[in-house]
Design a protein around this ligand. Structure first.
Ligand SMILES: Nc1ncnc2c1ncn2[C@@H]1O[C@H](COP(=O)(O)OP(=O)(O)OP(=O)(O)O)[C@@H](O)[C@H]1O
Length: 300
């Protein structure tokens, strides 16, 4: 039984926009990345899980509790980070953390303090003067500080610099090891690398694909950029049976896609030519992600 369960929910806004017959489940200890372009329906789905919206059809549940009719009980089990955080700006960061900890009847601030240290946050100043990234850190601390079983994080890395994004990824991996079930929404593939077990791609309100990240990462197809010393060498290789994705004659550069099993063939061809550089240019995950955006995958 999934910890987070979305069963065929539909919510139409003015006829054509919204989410349509959306289904997926998230297991205990699983990190599920929910990705899709602007307006795809990620936040609408999340609002249903939070019990802020009632589906026109279908049902959502968390820990076997109905997200609409039992929303108060559901929210006690949740850590939630909204995409757009509306904080009471007159408070200091620490006052807000204490206030929310009191509301949750938290016995101590041990986890909050650990997270403050981890994210190098100074929560003493008024929220109104804080940068977007600093507010995001406070949002993260408020979502995690009560050690919830289930975490729902809408664009959690937005506003974080690369070092803080990496600190956030470490946190997610630790929470996963402790058995937390996590739903995170994203726009960009870079943000999901190394954290998500599965990725659900939503487009125009419909789930177009759900895949195991490991499966994509282990795909045998790879893309390489090869720079030749002479144009004639580039031209002589394009007739070989490799998938040529791009040719740049000015830079004498070729981009090819090849299955791992044919790597020896490629290396043999290259060994007879003068090569300036040879490198893998795209992870298969990025390629998958872009293909989804372009609409080439329809697995669900
Ligand atoms: N309350 C509402 N009334 C009317 N339309 C809405 C409402 N909420 C969302 N929509 C529309 O539903 C669609 C899905 O919006 P949603 O905010 O869920 O997308 P999203 O994937 O979270 O987008 P983003 O990545 O830009 O945050 C959009 O076309 C949006 O304009």
């Amino acid at each position: 039984m999934s910890i987070i369960q979305v069963e065929g929910i539909t919510k139409k806004f003015n006829g054509e926009k919204g989410i349509f017959d959306l289904s997926f489940g998230i297991n205990r200890g699983e990190v599920f990345g929910f990705i899709g372009p602007n307006g795809a329906g990620k936040t609408t789905t999340i609002r249903h899980l939070l019990g802020f919206m009632k589906p026109q059809s279908g049902r959502t549940s968390i820990l076997d509790l109905d997200c609409w009719s039992q929303s108060k009980e559901v929210q006690k089990q949740l850590g939630y980070l909204p995409a757009e955080i509306a904080f009471p700006e007159k408070m200091t960061g620490m006052q807000l953390i204490r206030y929310l900890a009191n509301m949750r009847k938290l016995g101590n601030l041990t986890k909050a303090e650990e997270l403050i240290h981890r994210f190098q946050l100074d929560p003493s100043g008024p929220i109104i003067r804080m940068s977007k990234g600093t507010k995001q850190k406070i949002g993260i601390i408020c979502a995690f500080m009560h050690d919830p079983e289930v975490l729902i994080l809408d664009e959690p890395t937005s506003g974080l610099d690369p070092i803080m994004q990496s600190a956030f990824a470490d946190l997610i991996r630790e929470e996963k090891r402790q058995g937390r079930s996590i739903l995170m929404s994203f726009h960009m593939f870079e943000e999901i690398e190394g954290t998500c077990d599965r990725i659900g791609m939503i487009k125009q309100g419909r789930m177009v694909s759900i895949v195991q990240t490991e499966e994509i990462r282990n795909s045998s197809k790879r893309t390489y950029a090869i720079e030749f010393t002479h144009l004639a060498e580039l031209e002589s290789i394009i007739h070989k049976p490799f998938v040529v994705k791009e040719i740049n004659a000015d830079q004498r550069r070729l981009i090819i896609e090849i299955d791992d099993a044919r790597m020896n063939e490629l290396l043999h061809e290259l060994s007879t030519r003068s090569i300036k550089s040879f490198r893998e240019i795209q992870s298969s995950l990025e390629e998958y992600f872009m293909s989804c955006y372009k609409g080439e995958y329809h697995h669900v």
